[in-house]
Design a protein around this ligand. Sequence first.
Ligand code: PEP
Ligand code: MG
Length: 752
Amino acid sequence: MLETIRRIVQEVTAAENLEQALETIVTRVKQVIDCNVCSIYLGIQGGDYYLLMATRGLNPEAVGRARLERNEGLVGLVAQRAEPVNLEDAHSHPRYKFLPDIGEEAFHGFLGVPIIHHRKILGVLVVQQRENRRFDENEETLLVTLAAQLSGAIALAEASGSLRDIQGDNGERAIHGLPGAPGVSIGQAVIVYPAADLDAVPRRRCRNIDEEIRVFTKAVEAVREEVRQHREQLAHLPTEERALFDAYLMMLQSNSLIQKTIDRIKQGFMASTALRDTVQEQTQLFASMDDDYLAERVLDIRDLARRILVRIQSKTPGTRHYPPRTILVGDELTAADLMAVPRKQLAGVLSRQGSGSSHVAILARALGIPAVMGASELPGNDIEGLELVLDGYQGWVYLHAGQRILSEYRRLMREEAQLSANLQALCQKPAKTLDGCIVPLYINSGLLSDIGAAANSGADGIGLYRTEFPFMIRDRFPGEEEQCQIYRQILQAFAPRPVTLRTLDIGGDKTLPYFPIREDNPFLGWRGIRVSLDHPDIFATQIRAMLRANAGLNNLQILLPMISTLNEVDEALAIIERARKELASDGYGELPCPRTGVMIEVPSAVYQAAAIARRVDFLSIGTNDLTQYLLAVDRNNPNVAELYDSLHPAVIHAVYQTTRAAHRQNIPVSTCGEMAGDPLASLLLLGMGMDSLSMSVVALPRVKWVIRSFTRAQATALLDEVLRLEDPATIRALLGSELDRAGLGSLIRPGK
Ligand code: PEP
Ligand code: MG
């Protein structure tokens, strides 16, 4: 049964549009359950009514017409209860509603199950039987399992706009993701897809058909040669075993795979798009045959196609053309993807995976680029080149936006530009509260290219330089000299202002292409200081580079990430000291001893903050990870993103407790997580007596405006009130109303 379910889900996922997906479901489910009818009703207008969208067994003419209101009929009952309804004789149930012309009167046995996606009832899947029949438990659980597995594919197909004609709207689609980086933007979608992933290939048209055909035929020829070689290498095997290679060679000449792809290229598509479409067509054809042998052939076709794709991709010139307002779209975008787009042309970032706390979102914020994350319902690859409207404040994306949306967002963009211009005026003013307290504001960075902008932003220094970013865009570990030059440029650009270089924090969602770490729970695994201490070679090289870069400047601070035990602090400090001594004996002279700090981003470090504080010169609170570990919510997982909230009382108390621990040991404490750049939260951090805050260049003037609009005494009183609250939403509302009252509402919503 598992295999049948898997196959049905595969077929539905491969469907080109919603109609085809629903047709596949009703046809296949009716076969598997062996009943007389299978139908799907989908909720329209947020579930106001349910419309028959596909059927096998009822009157096909009723599709798109027969409808039941939310509180009508058995379909309405299933949706209302959000659970299965299984009836031996539907006619005798008080909720049974007779619909003329649908042809239902002949059927008595009824089983309906809800189709639920992320708590939302998308519709109802129904099977019916002419005779009285109570569907047995196996049938019921099978239908429930199928509905659960199909809900994602249905949501995806729905989002691609296939409901458009039936609903009769103008095709405008709004998809909700998660706020990634603030700002609004209108631009053109450019899809970034992983190499050699056939399903991720976007629908792209080509400029030169002959060139595409040449690339494709060359790729096919190369794969054919590869298969021939494999066959020869295995010449000692029995003939049957080698038959597979003959089958492969036949497929590589077949009309169905090769000629059809060429035909598609001739219609103006790129070789990769044409190949993808041909393979999808073949997959559907074979999968619908319900024959295990043929189903296996699907795997062969896909395997061959993937090999051809690798060749096509390696022939495709590496430099891509990016439109002037590029919105980068991908499943899992990386820092390197963002950096490949010329800075002035990057207008937005849209990712199906991840959340506002993912590192790509953090990078987008640092660059001041609006981003929407976790937009899992974004349709496949056919949105390449489409104009998108992105709202990074609310996490909305609009496809096929109409004039109303476009003009509203153009107005917001103008107002945003105006707000930034106004905030620029604050640049050279100090971050001083109305009662005269100065809170130094630092920059979070990780790119060399934005150091110039950061140095002129009025920042008091760098509070967090994520050294892993330069590691991520290379193809091997950078050496001591190479690192030294990078660090030197940063230290020099800011001297005498302090620059906090964090030691390598790879693992989690920051992997290096040349040092893959594969783990089931990467955020709980080999990450940050754990990797550094296990690889003293890599760690010591980095420390030596930092110390050398600091020569004659003496504005370096070293920050240790992911500390969860005191031993790690002691070991890291010992390596730093040893590196300093070794450099002296290597002829670099007596280099200054940098101030060293620890990131408090793991719950154990909060409880041991005092002991850590006794060992180092400062603490820096990493609220991004602290929130994830305290609340047990993966910062990258869009399914639980709504639970990820740095204004959760537990996080606020932990940050406060850490601040007090540092102060009791007479060392300064800073916040360098995204909380510091959030205008709402910055008020609380001010109230806690945080010694400095570190944030993106874009957030800095916003937070400066907050600090300059309140007294510290007001912030402390507000903190006292917040510490008594139990619910993040109430805390958010209270802080929001404080900002509104002070005339700073534009900091938390789009527009002026
Ligand atoms: C943090 O965890 O808050 C932090 C600043 O580090 P990163 O986001 O790089 O994990
Ligand atoms: Mg962190």
